[in-house]
Design a protein around this ligand. Structure first.
Ligand code: GAL
Length: 696
């Protein structure tokens, strides 16, 4: 299909003009923006043309260097099928070029126009209940629909040919937030695509699928591939492996759309890097980004705060560390965040004074080489009219605008930070299929949330400034990190389990959270005691799980702080070589181990068999770090976030005051935001940020 679509795209291109014929490099280069990129989504087609000149003037005033354009411009560019109108986009790109601003030019495929659905109503997505979702917003298409794929690749190809050599175009922005609104479609076309994916994944072996899905249970055996459907709404609990494979399929199906669009762009413009904006943030879990990231030239992410989150700064840091890890440790771009309120939560909180500034620099501290917002100019009309922007409804006489201008100037002052990396001695295991499996129905407890478990462990390290990378269970050399944390890994295959065990066996420290290692990659329980895959390395054996009711709390005794408690989960652990570090002081498991430590090989393996309260968990993890030889950044006062980027000649020490009290921190070098020499102590302003260049 891809070949046919490429041919279609090439045919269209001849009709609208093509590239200049100059020789081009045949691989994607880096993003050509001086210093750290700064900007936002720019939607000038939503405004009369007179406004564009003012946009340019104000972008220059704010220090904007890159804007994402055309993200939702499909109807503007192709008002009827096969009829293209590029005069508007030509003028916009021309203006950007004249003003020294580069474009991150999008393929507009996240919002098919009304004409498309009129001609191809079968492309509308269907939800789990069998309801068709109608046009009228965005991403209302079925990812497997051939007509959608053809139309998307055609407009991508036409754009690529036309703008491949345009001097203002620095990067391709493919689609927008894949899967944000249509992560799964349950229509018959999707059902067929699911079967194709399954046949490929199971080497056409239906017996193998029946075994993997455990279909002898409840008479679910399939006699033919045609009998297999998406996991549509059904009466009782669904088959877990069916659901898990469905999630894998949905992620892969959207990834194939990206790969196909990327191929079209690469064919016309191999020298231009391409990205698509990920959504590594707490309320999105649809895509296995470990599988996506290798296909991007530059990894970029969107991050929004959740109004009810009391500590959004931890969410930002964790998201940034995970995105950087997806990028293989290389710098990445923050493609979207907000200057203030969003419009899609129940109550949309504006940011407090200084919060946007701290947020933006916190992303830079975690490895971002560019900071952008949704969006440049606040909309007057449409569903996002109450979403904040760089240029608010109030105009330039506003504190948001002042903050935007200041941020632009300060990012300029941080230009030398570009391309530096974030060294880390600790790895945290993060795995999307393990997350999906843990949150399937029919678990021992429905109260467990993967994101929360990982964040609780992450927070303990964040508080003391211990840097982390995220890894997949089997994707890293076992001797790369002295300490590997596994807050939650319900599902793990044998290779992942073996790699993690080797960490301890070969002298490192491994710490594993409860209900990990329980099932294999097919969601089959590992027999002979929990936590199946890690029993040996942890030196324990659990014979029964005791999840706790919502308000059930048990006290802990042993090597724990006074008043230590456990909630959410407990299990009857028998020591099989390990020692108990903490045990239950009451409840049905009184006296039984709650935290264990096992000398294994030449290293150590810990098991945290419950969910300790925050202080207890932090105390435990700090002890584990210390024993593993991992030291926090010294002398950082509470409430101050610290992160370090390493350049060729210097480290860049980021200090962000979230407590609003200001602080003096020991450092030597130059504070880049003020340009002042630091001889011994740097002052972090109350609610502000300091960045010290510390020469090696
Ligand atoms: C993102 C999206 C943007 C805009 C923004 C609002 O998910 O990519 O187009 O809708 O949310 O917060």
């Amino acid at each position: 299909m891809t070949q046919q679509v490429l041919a279609d795209a090439a045919a269209c291109t001849d009709a609208v003009g093509s590239a200049t014929g100059k020789p081009r490099p045949d691989t994607a280069g880096p993003l050509q923006v001086p210093g750290l990129a700064y900007g936002g989504d720019y939607n000038p087609e939503q405004w009369p043309e007179e406004v564009w000149a003012e946009d340019m003037r104000l972008m220059r005033e704010a220090g904007v260097t890159m804007v994402s354009i055309g993200i939702f411009s499909w109807a503007f560019l192709e008002p009827a099928e096969g009829r293209y109108e590029f005069a508007g986009l030509d003028r916009i790109l021309g203006l950007l070029e004249q003003n020294g601003i580069v474009a991150d030019l999008a393929t507009p495929t996240a919002a098919p126009p009304a004409w498309f659905f009129r001609s191809y109503p079968d492309a509308l997505p269907v939800d789990r209940d069998g309801r068709t979702l109608w046009p009228g917003s965005r991403q209302t298409f079925c990812p497997s629909n051939p007509a959608y794929r053809r139309a998307a690749l055609r407009i991508a190809g036409v754009l690529a040919e036309r703008y491949a050599d345009h001097p203002a175009v620095a990067m391709w922005h493919v689609h927008n937030e894949y899967g944000c609104h249509n992560a799964a479609c349950y229509c018959d076309t999707s059902a067929a695509a699911f079967r194709t994916w399954l046949r490929r994944s199971y080497d056409d072996d239906l017996a193998g699928l029946n075994h993997a899905w455990g279909t002898t249970f409840w008479s679910q055996r399939y006699q033919s591939w045609e009998e297999i459907l998406p996991p549509r709404v059904t009466g009782a609990d669904p088959n877990p492996t069916h659901r898990l494979d469905w999630r894998r399929f949905c992620s892969d199906e959207l990834l194939s759309l990206f790969i196909d669009e990327r191929a079209v762009l690469r064919q016309a413009a191999p020298h231009r890097p391409a990205t698509t904006n990920f959504m590594v943030m707490q309320n999105f879990d649809a895509l296995d980004y470990w599988r996506w990231a290798p296909h991007l030239d530059i990894v970029s992410n969107d991050h929004y705060l959740i109004s009810t989150d009391p500590e959004p700064q931890i969410d930002i840091a964790m998201s940034g560390d995970l995105v950087r890890s997806l990028a293989g440790g290389r710098p990445w771009l923050l493609m979207e965040h907000s200057t203030g309120a969003v419009n899609w939560q129940h109550v949309n909180r504006a940011k407090r004074p200084g919060e946007m500034y701290r947020n933006a620099l916190a992303h830079v501290a975690r490895g971002a080489d560019g900071i952008a917002f949704f969006q440049w100019r606040a909309a007057k009309a449409g569903a996002e009219q109450w979403h904040s922007a760089m240029l608010p409804h109030a105009g330039t006489d506003s504190s948001v605008w002042q903050d935007v201008v200041r941020l632009g100037a300060d990012l300029k002052a941080l230009a030398e930070v570009k391309s530096s990396v974030n060294p880390a001695q600790v790895a945290i295991v993060w795995d999307w299929p393990a997350r999906w499996a843990l949150e399937l129905p029919s678990q021992p407890s429905g109260a467990i949330r993967y994101q929360t478990l990982v964040r609780d462990w992450y927070a303990a390290l964040w508080e003391v400034g211990i840097a982390v990378d995220f890894v997949r269970p089997d994707s890293f050399p076992h001797d790369r990190y002295p300490l590997v944390l596994v807050p939650s890994l319900y599902l793990v295959d044998d290779a992942g389990a073996a790699n993690l065990a080797k960490v301890a066996e070969c002298g490192g420290t491994l710490a594993v959270g409860f209900h990990s290692g329980a099932v294999d990659e097919n969601c089959h329980v590992r027999l002979d005691g929990y936590p199946g895959a890690f029993r040996r390395v942890l030196g324990i054996r659990t014979d029964e799980l005791f999840p706790l009711l919502p308000d059930e709390i048990h006290e802990l005794a042993g090597e724990v702080p006074p008043g230590a408690t456990a909630r959410l989960w407990s299990e009857r652990v028998r020591l099989d070589g390990a020692e108990a570090v903490a045990s239950y002081a009451g409840g049905p498991l009184a006296g039984g181990p709650a935290v264990t430590r096992h000398a294994y090989g030449t290293g150590t393996a810990w098991y945290v068999a419950t969910c300790p309260d925050r202080t207890t968990l932090a105390d435990l993890l700090h002890r584990i770090c210390q024993e593993a030889g991992v030291r926090p950044e010294p002398g950082i006062p509470g409430g101050v976030e610290v992160a370090r980027r390493r350049g060729a000649d210097a480290d860049y020490l980021f200090l962000i005051d979230h407590a609003g009290l200001g602080a003096d921190v020991a450092a030597e070098g130059v504070e880049l935001l003020t340009g002042k020499e630091v001889n011994g102590l740097v002052s972090v302003p109350a609610g502000g940020v300091a960045v010290v260049r510390v020469p090696h």
